[in-house]
Write a protein that binds this ligand. Sequence first.
Ligand code: FES
Length: 100
Amino acid sequence: MTHQLTFRGATIPAEPGQSVAAALIAAGITDWRTTRRGGRPRGLFCGIGVCFDCLITVDGLPDQRACLVAAADGMRLGDAEPGADLADAGRTGGEDAARA
Ligand code: FES
């Protein structure tokens, strides 16, 4: 059974066992936050939990690595308010160094 996730007010499908990042990428969403310095887009980079580029808020819990979190039915990604800007969903101090 396909799971239904919510991101920026849109419904995103996810297959069982798929990560949050994989579901977002499959939906054509390649970035889901921006860096604090420079506002550069970030999404999936390493895909294995090392770089922390993919941080996102999941069901109100900030700074989750989208590449490691398994998608679950009804999951809310990013801010709780539909249509809210999710640019600051993930926060980390070292993200600029990863792709500088
Ligand atoms: S993409 Fe590198 S930690 Fe998730």
